[in-house]
Design a protein around this ligand. Structure first.
Ligand SMILES: Nc1ncnc2c1ncn2[C@@H]1O[C@H](COP(=O)(O)OP(=O)(O)O)[C@@H](O)[C@H]1O
Ligand SMILES: [Mg+2]
Length: 285
C-alpha cells in the first residue's frame, strides 16, 4: 500500500488557447494537510475540479489510494462517483441548501451514501427507518464536531458566514471521505472564525482524514500544513515544507511580482511594486 493518499501526475488542462494547468504533479501523503497556494488565476480551483470529476483534463493521471482498498484512477469519473470513492470537497463560493436547516444540510451528505432508494423511503421499510435514525445521530455528531450543534435547526441562509463555511465542511464529512478538499475555507471569514477553522482543520486531520487545502491566508497555511505546493500560471513552481516555501525566491516573486494591493499583506515587497493579496511572512515573525 502506498503512503500517499493521492498522486497527481503531469495534469494538463486547457480551455481553448488558455492552459489552466500545465503538467501539474503532486503527491499527497496519507493523513497529512497539504496546502495548495498561488496567486488568483493560478489554477488552484481548476486542479480541484479535475480531482473531483468536474473537469476532465486533456493529459495526466490522478490516482487515489484508499486506505485498505485498491488504487483507483480518478479521471473520467463523475463528481458523485469520485465522492463515493472517498474524496469530498467544499467550494470557493459556498454551496449550501439555503432554505434547509443546518442538520438537514448535513443529512444530505450522509444520506447520499446510504442504501435506501426512493421506493424504500416511500414504503418506510425497517432499514429505511434504521438508516434515518443513524443519519440523524451522525448529523448531530458532525454538527457538534464543527461547533454548530446549537445551530442545528437554523436555516443555512441565516447563519453567519463562518458558520456556513463550517457547515459545508460538516456536510462534506458526512460522506465519510478519506480525502477532504477545501477550496479557500477561510475566504470572507473574520479573524475569530479563521482561528476556529484552524482548530477544525487540525481536528479533522487528527481523525485520520487527509486534507487538501487551497488557502490564501498564509498564517492558516503555515500553522496547519505539513507541506505546500505553489502554483503560478498553471505550473508547480515550488513544493516543500512551509518554511522552505517561504524562503523560495520563485514563490516570493510570484506573490510580490505585481498585482492588486491588499491590506492583508504584511511583508514589504522586495521591489517597488504593490504587494499582492497574500503575505509569505509569518505574522508572528
Ligand atoms: N470553465 C472555464 N472556462 C474557461 N477558463 C477557465 C475555466 N475554469 C477556469 N478557467 C481559467 O483557468 C485559470 C485558472 O483559474 P482557477 O483555477 O479558478 O484559478 P485559482 O483558483 O487559482 O484562482 C483562469 O485563467 C481561469 O479563467
Ligand atoms: Mg480558486
Amino acid at each position: 500500500m502506498s503512503a500517499a493518499v493521492l498522486e497527481v501526475s503531469d495534469l494538463t488542462l486547457r480551455f481553448g488557447g488558455l492552459t489552466s494547468l500545465d503538467k501539474v504533479s503532486l503527491r499527497h501523503e496519507r493523513g497529512e494537510v497539504l496546502a495548495v497556494i498561488g496567486p488568483n488565476g493560478a489554477g488552484k480551483t481548476s486542479l480541484f475540479n479535475c480531482l473531483t470529476g468536474v473537469y476532465t483534463p486533456q493529459e495526466g493521471t490522478v490516482t487515489f489510494h484508499p486506505d485498505g482498498g485498491t488504487d483507483t484512477a480518478v479521471l473520467g469519473r463523475k463528481p458523485f462517483q469520485v465522492n463515493k470513492l472517498g474524496i469530498a470537497r467544499t467550494f470557493q463560493n459556498i454551496r449550501l441548501f439555503n432554505a434547509l436547516t443546518a442538520v438537514e444540510n448535513v443529512k444530505i451528505g450522509i444520506e447520499s451514501h446510504q442504501k435506501t432508494g426512493p421506493i424504500g423511503a416511500m414504503l418506510r421499510l425497517p432499514r429505511t427507518r434504521r438508516e434515518e435514525r443513524a443519519s440523524d445521530d451522525e448529523a448531530f455528531r458532525l454538527l457538534e464536531f464543527v461547533g454548530l450543534k446549537a445551530r442545528a435547526n437554523q436555516v443555512a441562509a441565516s447563519l453567519p458566514y463562518g458558520d456556513q463555511r463550517r457547515l459545508e465542511i460538516a456536510r462534506a464529512l458526512g460522506t465519510k471521505p478519506q480525502l477532504l478538499c477545501l477550496d479557500e475555507p477561510a475566504a470572507g471569514t473574520n479573524p475569530a472564525e479563521k482561528r476556529q477553522l484552524e482548530t477544525l482543520i487540525r481536528d479533522i486531520s487528527e481523525t485520520g482524514v487527509s486534507v487538501l487545502l487551497i488557502e490564501h491566508d498564509m498564517k492558516l497555511v503555515m500553522s496547519v500544513a505539513a507541506n505546500v505546493v505553489v502554483l503560478n500560471f498553471g505550473q508547480v513552481i515550488a513544493a516543500g515544507t512551509p518554511q522552505q516555501i517561504q524562503r523560495d525566491p520563485k514563490v516570493v516573486e510570484a506573490y510580490l511580482g505585481g498585482g492588486e494591493s491588499d491590506d492583508a499583506a504584511t511583508t514589504p515587497p522586495a521591489k517597488k511594486v504593490p504587494p499582492r493579496k497574500t503575505s509569505l511572512k509569518k505574522p508572528e515573525d
